[in-house]
Design a protein around this ligand. Sequence first.
Ligand code: EPU
Length: 345
Amino acid sequence: MNSDQNASASPKLTLNLSLQDRNTFGFDTSAELAYDITAADQIPAVIEQIAEKKLPWRVLGGGSNVILPKVLPGATLLMNIVGQEIIASNADSTLIAVGGGVNWHDFVAWTLDKDLPGLENLALIPGTVGAAPIQNIGAYGVEIGEYIDSVKVFDVKTKAFITLTKDDCHFAYRDSYFKQNPQRFIVTKVVFNIPKQWQGRIHYVDLAKQFFGQSSPSPEEIFLAVCKIRTLKLPDPKVIGNAGSFFQNPVVSSEQYETLLQKHSGLASYPDANGKRKLAAGWLIDQCGFKGRRMSNVGVYEKQALVLVNHGNGTAQDILRLAKCIQDKVQKEFGVSLEIEPNIL
Ligand code: EPU
């Protein structure tokens, strides 16, 4: 990756670019001004132009965690910085620097090819490497925050490239410093720290079932098991538009959890940090009878109630109307409010 060393050409600019293939809901959206960002040093000049013209703007990675309107006004920066390399290695760990535009799943597969296991539980998560720290992607008992060494960003406020350490990133469940400061940082590169000591993590119930009676599966076996589980439970965005989990799993106090459990013995939940309890939003929605239901061109996925889908020709408005309906019903039945996970642009 020499994007920081050599001055790059201006990014390609396209007017009214269709983003239908660049958002996993498959919404028919176009970007007024789409900048193809292939190197970090292209960013300052683009941000300067945006500021001069007072344009609204946003960064788009794989479009797997966004709800897009018909037209995205102003500037859309398509994060396409690629490249991945091992930058350091010692007896304890390996550091890998990866461009923000690299496809997440391809990167996970690459780490296994290089015999650097650790990220296999996060296989098949759609999206890009640059988006991973923003919502601290997590699945099957692993969150990416724990494997991040640092994140290289352009700070729009100070107009400087800076490196945020893992501690600076304030990682929490589906949360980070980047998410808390929207429109401030553009992630250009992520440095991962992969410990040399590897131990498979198969405690998450779905994985434990897959490996019942087999105590030490290999990283590749875990990778394949995660791919299999996700393929069975979650819709492939290429076939049916979706953005993965549409709501976060709500965190409630232990008192509220106990009260709910008395009324609903099957309540699905996980322990959370600080003695609180994380409820499975999919279970709550399922109990309200939404699974498989359709509302105009959108609906609730038939195999996982946490996932809202676009059956074709759906729009952001359709999805938000359905989401509101679900939120109201869950609030009424359980007294719990559900927070939308994807960014509404
Ligand atoms: N459940 C139901 N009905 C449903 C869906 C779920 O009863 O329709 C119950 C399940 O039986 C289970 C519990 O709810 O007891 C949890 O379900 P699951 O194991 O599928 O996980 P989740 O909590 O729904 C979270 C993440 C997923 C991640 C999985 C696996 C969030 C918001 N979602 O889902 O992340 O893949 O755990 O770790 O934290 C994503 O963010 O896009 C995503 C898919």
